[in-house]
Design a protein around this ligand. Structure first.
Ligand SMILES: Cc1cc2nc3c(=O)[nH]c(=O)nc-3n(C[C@H](O)[C@H](O)[C@H](O)COP(=O)(O)OP(=O)(O)OC[C@H]3O[C@@H](n4cnc5c(N)ncnc54)[C@H](O)[C@@H]3O)c2cc1C
Length: 219
């Protein structure tokens, strides 16, 4: 699927790094779990970090109905800009100016709509948990009605999205390549440690397989 950029998603700065196909966009979204959601509230911008999960052609975010952003979105939806950033490496150049980062990022614009149907909201919450910690939904006790009611879930369509991708070595000035200065890339990898048991565990439990082998990304 190749989508054309909209007026506001077209990457203008270093346009050759802009990607608009859903395969690339979905792959970035599925590897990440942390997004930053930007809104304008009372004329002032605010950007809040949140967890998210992609659900087909949309992104799910959730939180307390008391949170400022979700409260604002509660009834009629909310125009937001959501970004996801995966960082792959520090790009070390021969000049300070040409230092950069290797990255894959996504920017999505759209109206985040609250999920009001109870069953849909529960399914969305399960999708969020199971995407972030695969295998956890059937393992934990069921969500109570009170817990479900106390959680607001918003759905942001992926209709207007762009990706921007930088890969490879530094791009230095032609005359600088002869300088005796090391240049290259320092890769960045995310790793997960061994699970640490809650000291308040009341049973002698081994770590379930889906948590012992926790590795939710391919990075
Ligand atoms: C980890 C990381 C570090 C960065 N560090 C810097 C920095 O220090 N300084 C700096 O100037 N830039 C940095 N960038 C690039 C930055 O994200 C912007 O692309 C750049 O600043 C141009 O912004 P703009 O609004 O002028 O772009 P424009 O090209 O005018 O943006 C137009 C549209 O392109 C899309 N777009 C722009 N940037 C991105 C993106 N990163 N991912 C997906 N879609 C995008 C959006 O839909 C946007 O509305 C960094 C990017 C990443 C991922």
């Amino acid at each position: 699927m190749t989508a054309a950029p909209s007026a506001r998603t077209e990457v203008k700065r270093v346009p050759e790094r802009g990607v608009y196909d859903r395969v690339t966009i979905d792959a970035i979204l599925d590897e990440g779990y942390l997004c930053h959601v930007g809104i304008v509230q009372d004329g002032s911008p605010v950007v809040i970090p949140m967890l998210y999960a992609r659900d087909g052609d949309s992104i799910l975010i959730h939180g307390s109905p008391a949170s400022r952003m979700l409260r604002t979105a509660k009834f009629e939806g909310l125009e937001i800009c959501l970004t996801v950033t995966l960082i792959d490496g520090f790009v070390i150049a021969r000049s300070a100016f040409h230092h950069s980062m290797n990255y894959r990022s996504v920017v999505v614009f759209g109206q985040a709509i609250p999920i009001t149907d109870e069953a849909d909201r529960q399914a969305a919450l399960d999708k969020l948990v199971d995407t972030l910690v695969p295998g956890q939904v059937p393992y934990v006790r069921e969500t109570t009605e009170k817990e479900a009611k106390g959680t607001l879930v918003l759905r942001l369509p992926l209709d207007e999205a762009s990706a921007k991708v930088r890969i490879g070595p530094p791009k230095d000035e032609p005359e600088d390549y002869d300088l005796p200065i090391w240049a290259g890339v320092i890769p960045i990898k995310e790793t997960y440690g061994s699970p640490i048991a809650d000291p308040d565990l009341t049973h002698d439990l081994t770590v379930p397989d889906h948590l012992a082998n926790f590795a939710r990304t391919s990075r």
